[in-house]
Design a protein around this ligand. Structure first.
Ligand SMILES: *[C@@H]1O[C@H](CO)[C@@H](O)[C@H](O)[C@H]1NC(C)=O
Ligand SMILES: *[C@@H]1O[C@H](CO)[C@@H](O)[C@H](O)[C@H]1NC(C)=O
Length: 547
């Protein structure tokens, strides 16, 4: 047993480096679920498999414990393992680190993963750190200003009715009768990486909050639009670094035998706060946790992690410039791309950052004049990518960007020539990489009454509404008469999201295929792999011939 204690928070670890207890301000009450086995309270885990084989979940168990640093201001400990040839464990060396700082109510954790050349080929599907809080203490969860609520309990899922997939359970006899008729499903609490900076739980009995703060997404796969889980009934609190959620197999990490790979996941911050007023108004702790999150984001990259694999700010470089966009039938000259997402990711084709998983990504948004500054980039060779709201397609800078420690590269030639063949004849939707502007039907089951919540698409069973709405023949959209807000069903069926991976398709239509008068285009989804695999349209446009 190992204990880290700074007089505010006390964290106990098993000898393999699982977190077995979390205590706050001198209390001896464990905030983690003591009913669970010691390896099922706070742990790092991976889901992995050998190529073409079914895999499973493995909790990362350290075999070597070391105190890395111990002084009055900071303690850092390590639980590591070196893989040995022939072992049935995941073929990785790993080093799980936990850091506690003086006066800070919480602790940081990160893990360095390494695969050596010559070790077996394998895939990682999921990598995450998980905390399971005491079910009798934590009932209120918050993951955004809109999505915060008292939650059902794990037992309510056991007494409920499992729906079309096991994660979705209709609550038929919940502990809190107000929730009867709602569907509980952890995917209801997903969000994009760019928005997944703080989430967690409040105990109104104790006036205490426990939060997962993610100060950067540089170490997460798939860039800013990758969606993933946050917190959910358990009470469970996650940080997911790698997963196929909402995107599929393309997001798995696939390693060849001859491949060498190393990556630092984290640090993420487990933060505790308290306020007596939270006993009646739990969202005060959410508001305070958001402030703390901003402070953590501002101090990224942290200067305290002691691993040589985590680079501090002086070891990193920066890239700045101005992004212009040229959509030839809209503007004669390139114009500044305001509020565009722009980022560096390992070099591959346009849009490849969406499925990129082995390296690091560094993203920011341009200002109103299209100016950008990407700070704290780990040295390496990258491509510069961007997408611009209101414009279709993906930008990739023509040349690779080589970032060195302390470098500050200025780019004066970042011009996105948007795909365009001719003038717009008609369009459906808004090019913004979501289908949120289209028609979203009323939910099938009772929905939780959040205040101000507008994401109507995040409801169980909406896919069934399509067949109900169009029992005889498919949706017919008449250009010039129909309105996409009410007449364009938001998906060729869906599962609680509003986008997947973005693909851009241009299809040429020969003039000889058009007839005088009414023409019809059929959009058919013929990859029919079940109701939870689907296509959503971001935007459709018909262009005339180039003039
Ligand atoms: C960053 O790390 C380098 C190498 O360990 C060290 O020499 C330097 O002092 C560190 N800089 C800061 C700002 O912590
Ligand atoms: C709802 O949104 C409005 C407008 O943005 C805001 O003024 C109000 O405070 C919000 N209410 C809650 C409960 O968050």
């Amino acid at each position: 047993m190992v204990v880290l204690n700074n007089g505010i928070v006390s964290v106990t670890f098993s000898m393999v480096g699982h977190v077995t207890s979390l205590m706050y301000e001198g209390s001896t009450e464990n905030l983690l679920e003591s009913q669970n086995a010691e390896d099922d309270r706070g742990y790092w885990s991976v889901v992995w498999n050998k190529p073409e084989e079914k895999g499973g979940m493995e909790r990362l168990q350290g075999t070597s414990y070391r105190v890395i640093l111990q002084n009055p201001d900071q303690t850092e400990i390590s639980f590591s393992t070196t893989w040995t040839v022939g072992s049935e464990k995941v073929p990785l060396n790993f080093d799980k680190r936990f850091v506690m700082l003086r006066g800070v109510p919480g602790f940081y954790t990160y893990t360095v993963l390494e695969k050596q050349k010559g070790w077996p080929a394998f895939d990682i599907q999921i990598a995450r750190v998980v905390f399971k809080l005491d079910e009798n203490k934590f009932h209120y969860m918050a993951m955004s200003d809109e999505r915060k609520r008292f939650m059902p309990m794990e037992v309510d899922r056991k007494t409920g009715q499992v729906l079309e997939y096991k994660e979705a359970v209709l609550l038929t006899n919940p502990t809190n009768p107000q929730f009867k008729g709602e569907v509980d499903d952890k995917y209801l609490y997903s969000c994009d990486n760019k928005d997944n900076k703080v989430h967690g739980w409040v105990s109104t009995d104790l006036g205490l909050g426990v939060w997962m703060i993610t100060p950067s997404i540089e170490f997460k796969t798939g860039g800013p639009l990758k969606q993933d889980l946050t917190s959910h009934v358990g009470p469970t609190m996650l940080s997911i670094f790698i997963s196929p959620h909402y995107a599929g197999e393309d997001l798995a990490l696939k390693f060849e035998e001859q491949e060498y790979w190393k990556k630092v996941l984290g640090p993420v911050f487990v933060y505790l706060n308290s306020d007596v007023s939270a006993k009646t108004n739990p969202s005060v702790l959410w508001d305070e946790a958001k402030q703390r999150m901003s402070k953590e984001v501002a101090s990224w990259p942290y200067d305290f992690p002691f691993s040589n694999d985590f680079l501090n700010s002086s070891q990193r470089g920066a890239v700045s410039g101005q992004l212009l966009v040229h959509d030839s039938y809209i503007n004669k000259q390139p114009v500044p791309a305001a509020s565009a997402y722009i980022g560096l990711a390992p070099t591959e084709g346009p849009g490849s950052w969406q499925t990129e998983s082995k390296g690091y990504q560094f993203w920011t948004q341009t200002d109103d004049s299209g100016n950008f500054l990407i700070k704290n980039v780990i040295p390496g060779t990258y491509s510069l990518f961007a997408w611009v709201r209101g414009t279709v397609g993906d930008y990739k800078h023509a040349t690779d960007i080589i970032v060195a420690s302390g470098s500050n590269i200025e780019l004066h030639d970042a011009v996105f020539n948007a795909p365009r063949f001719g003038p717009t004849l008609w369009e459906i939707g808004i090019p913004d990489r979501t289908a949120a502007e289209f028609f979203i039907p009323d939910p099938v089951y009772k929905i939780h009454q959040y205040q101000n919540y507008t994401e109507r698409f995040r409801q169980y069973g909406l896919w069934a509404r399509y067949a109900e709405s169009y029992p005889e023949s498919d949706l017919l959209y008449t250009v010039g008469e129909s309105d996409y807000k009410t007449d364009w069903f938001f998906a060729h069926v869906t599962r609680h999201g509003i986008h997947g991976l973005y693909h851009f398709y241009s299809i040429g239509i020969a003039g000889s295929r058009l007839v005088d008068g009414m023409n019809t285009i059929f959009l058919t989804q013929d990859v029919n792999l079940g109701p939870f695999r689907e296509v959503m349209y971001d935007y459709i446009r018909l262009e005339g011939p180039a003039s």
